[in-house]
Write a protein that binds this ligand. Structure first.
Ligand SMILES: *[C@@H]1O[C@H](CO)[C@@H](O)[C@H](O)[C@H]1NC(C)=O
Ligand SMILES: *[C@@H]1O[C@H](CO)[C@@H](O)[C@H](O)[C@H]1NC(C)=O
Ligand SMILES: *[C@@H]1O[C@H](CO)[C@@H](O)[C@H](O)[C@H]1NC(C)=O
Ligand SMILES: *[C@@H]1O[C@H](CO)[C@@H](O)[C@H](O)[C@H]1NC(C)=O
Ligand SMILES: *[C@@H]1O[C@H](CO)[C@@H](O)[C@H](O)[C@H]1NC(C)=O
Length: 293
C-alpha cells in the first residue's frame, strides 16, 4: 500500500515536471519589463509601442528547456526606419563571464518605398557566443499589413526558425562534432521594440523619425508548448527521451519543408555568416562546413 502510494506520488511529480503548456496567453505568461506605459498586454493580444519617451519590452514568466513558441506579429507600418522589433528566447544573461543561450528573430525597420524592405535578422547564441547571423529581405509578403506567424522550435536535435509555417533556417545539433548546442539552460520568451538608429538603418545614417510616432508592433495568439523548468532537476527531465519533442518525427525536416526552405533562402537570404569570407578570413565556424539539415 505504502509502496503504491510512493509510486503514485512519483508519477504525479514526473508528470508535473514535464508539464506542457498549451495556449499560453499574453496575460497569463507575459510581464512588462521596460516602458510600462508602452506595453499593452491583453488576454490573447499585446501591443508594444515606441515613442519619443520610451520603447517597451515584455518577457515570459515561465522558463523552459525545449519547446515550440509561436506568435503572430504585425510589424510597425509606414516609416519604421531604425525601429527594431525583437522576438527571441534567451537564458539569463550575465554581465561578466556570460554563457547565455539565445535564439533570435529581429525585425529591422526601414523607410517606406523604393525597395526599402524590412530585414529579418536571425541569430543563435550558445554559451555566450553568437556570431551566427543570417538575414532575409522581407519582400515575399508585407509584414506590416497583417499578422504573420513566427515560430521558434527548439528540440534536442535542432533549432528551427519558421515564418507562416515555412522553415527559413535550421541550426542542427552537432555536439558530436564539438559544436555547442543549447541543452542545459532554461530560456524564456522575450519581445521588445526600440530605437536603434545608431546602427540599424544603413549603418546609422537613417534616423528614427518621430514625426511618425507612435511606432506600434501588434501581437496575437501566443502559443507555447514547452518543457517547463521547475528547478535544476528539469535539466534531466527535459532531456529525457520520453518527451514529445524527442519523437522521431522531430528529428529531421520533411522533404517538403526542405524544398520550401531552399526556395525562400535562394530568393531572400541577403546575409549568411557562413559565406562572409572577409569577416572570418577563411576560418569559418565549424558548422559552416557541415550539412545544414
Ligand atoms: C487551445 O485553443 C484552441 C483554440 O481556441 C482549442 O481548440 C484547444 O482545445 C486549446 N487547447 C488546450 C490544450 O487548451
Ligand atoms: C533598407 O532598405 C535598403 C534597400 O533600399 C537596404 O539596402 C537596407 O539594408 C535596408 N535596411 C534595413 C535595416 O532593413
Ligand atoms: C498561425 O497561427 C494561428 C494561431 O495560432 C494558427 O491557427 C495558424 O494555423 C498558423 N498558421 C500557420 C501558417 O502556421
Ligand atoms: C520626418 O518626416 C517628416 C514628414 O515626412 C519630414 O518632413 C521630416 O523632414 C523628416 N525628418 C527627418 C529628420 O528626416
Ligand atoms: C587572414 O589570414 C591570413 C592567412 O592565414 C593571415 O596572414 C592574415 O593576417 C589574416 N588577416 C586577418 C585580418 O586576420
Amino acid at each position: 500500500m505504502a509502496t503504491a502510494k510512493v509510486l503514485f506520488l512519483a508519477l504525479i511529480s514526473l508528470v508535473a515536471l514535464q508539464q506542457v503548456l498549451v495556449n499560453a496567453t499574453f496575460a497569463s505568461n507575459m510581464k512588462c519589463t521596460w516602458g510600462k506605459d508602452n506595453c499593452l498586454i491583453n488576454d490573447d493580444s499585446a501591443k508594444l509601442i515606441l515613442n519619443k519617451w520610451s520603447g517597451a519590452s515584455i518577457q515570459g514568466i515561465n522558463q523552459f528547456i525545449y519547446g515550440y513558441i509561436d506568435m503572430r506579429i504585425k510589424l510597425v507600418s509606414g516609416n519604421a526606419a531604425a525601429v527594431v522589433t525583437t522576438y527571441y528566447t534567451s537564458s539569463e544573461m550575465k554581465e561578466v563571464n556570460d554563457y547565455h543561450d539565445e535564439i533570435d528573430f529581429e525585425f529591422l525597420g526601414n523607410e517606406t518605398g523604393n525597395g526599402n524592405y524590412y530585414t529579418l535578422h536571425t541569430n543563435i547564441f550558445v554559451n555566450g557566443v553568437g556570431n551566427k547571423e543570417e538575414q532575409f529581405r522581407m519582400s515575399w509578403y508585407d509584414p506590416t499589413t497583417d499578422y504573420h506567424n513566427y515560430t521558434i522550435f527548439w528540440n534536442p536535435y535542432m533549432v528551427v526558425w519558421s515564418v507562416d509555417g515555412a522553415v527559413i533556417r535550421v541550426f542542427k545539433n552537432y555536439e558530436d562534432q564539438g559544436i555547442p548546442f543549447p541543452k542545459y539552460k532554461p530560456q524564456r520568451v522575450y519581445s521588445s521594440i526600440w530605437n536603434a538608429d545608431d546602427w540599424a538603418c544603413q549603418g546609422g545614417k537613417i534616423k528614427t523619425n518621430y514625426t511618425y510616432q507612435p511606432f506600434v508592433a501588434n501581437y496575437l495568439s501566443y502559443q507555447e508548448k514547452s518543457c517547463l523548468y521547475a528547478g535544476p532537476k528539469s535539466v534531466q527531465t527535459c532531456n529525457d527521451p520520453s518527451n514529445w519533442f524527442f519523437n522521431s518525427q522531430y528529428k529531421q525536416l520533411t522533404q517538403t519543408q526542405i524544398d520550401t526552405m531552399k526556395s525562400i533562402r535562394n530568393k531572400y537570404l541577403v546575409y549568411n555568416y557562413c559565406t562572409d569570407t572577409k569577416r572570418f578570413n577563411g576560418s569559418f565556424p565549424a558548422e559552416c562546413s557541415l550539412p545544414m539539415y
